[in-house]
Write a protein that binds this ligand. Sequence first.
Ligand code: G3I
Length: 356
Amino acid sequence: MGKVKGLLFVLLTLLFVTSCATDKKANVKEEFDSATIANEGLKFFGEKRGIYIGTAITEGQLNDEKFVEIVKKNCNYITPENEFKWENIHPSRKVYNFKKTDKLVAFAKENNMKIRGHTLVWHSQNPYWIAKPGTTAEELKETMKVHISNVMTYYKGQVNDWDVVNEAIADNGELRESIWQLIIGDEYIEHAFKCAYEADPNAKLYINDYNIEDINPKSNKLYEIVKNLVAKKVPIHGVGFQFHLDGRWEPDYVSIRANFERFKKLGLDIQITELDVRLPKNYSEVDLNRQAKIYGELMKIMLEVKGSAFIMWGMTDKYSWVPSFFSGFGGALIFDEQYNPKPAYMKLKEVLVKSK
Ligand code: G3I
């Protein structure tokens, strides 16, 4: 099986390089020679096109040399997958645990990568001490403020992009009934952004969510919230679109583009923050090619709307969250479990190489 995949990769590379060489004949001067196309990773071409290429990563994965090599070659942006989450970084009121985040921040620094603080305020992965029966809105607002202030101040100048509020909208298109919303009320979002700005006025502050990729009730609600924040001059700089997709079918690219554009018109940055495209575990070549097309089309849209980052929720299927959350699914990322590049990897490279 490994040999077949290896052969498939060689064939794909040859096909890709040949297709670029054919283009070369048509153009007087080609931007990249075939050796550059074959040898450079995604980040090289991303830099040329003005878009960061990123991955989720855990502190434990830093010990996997092969994985680290792939990340260094392809990415100039990382998002710690779990380490910045409240229960990990601030497990009890007086205790902050910066050990793992420090390692990831140092890794980013050593390798000239941007790093995302994911996430400050979320409905999930919160420790129990945050609230108890009878906790008032004022008390919880203060707890939030202290957390945001301490975490962001600690990493001031080192972590610049923050998912300030994550997954605030429920799947029915209403505000999610989180601990924050239930105790503080809808204004918790505004409060979080104001606290973040106060902690680090130079940081880029994002709201991040899933199933908001195209125009639908959930993204409409987010748009309404964000538009209000902007109108009230609440410091918010961008929207993170997670993109955890089901790769059995293609998304509505026209709607995705229109959605991105309406947020852009509010003056906000657009990022794809957690892309993966899951497939049934026994996926076929047809599935892999559809998956590649989805990755490629999304990159094209991002380049067209000038989004600033294209971040995938991992690089290799070996470490993906997908199989443990979606029974019967896997194969969602651009390298397989043996670290072989998949057609989606080749497609991303092709799109980056060819778009000007
Ligand atoms: O670290 C503990 C370990 O000590 C324990 O033995 C084990 C037993 O279950 O759990 C381990 O923690 C798990 C953690 O991942 C690290 O592997 C948690 O149970 C598990 O819930 C957690 O899942 C993460 C999930 O968010 C919830 O925080 C996934 O790795 C992570 O990929 C996923 O990421 C989210 C984004 O943050 C937000 N958007 C959706 C995305 C996918 O769900």
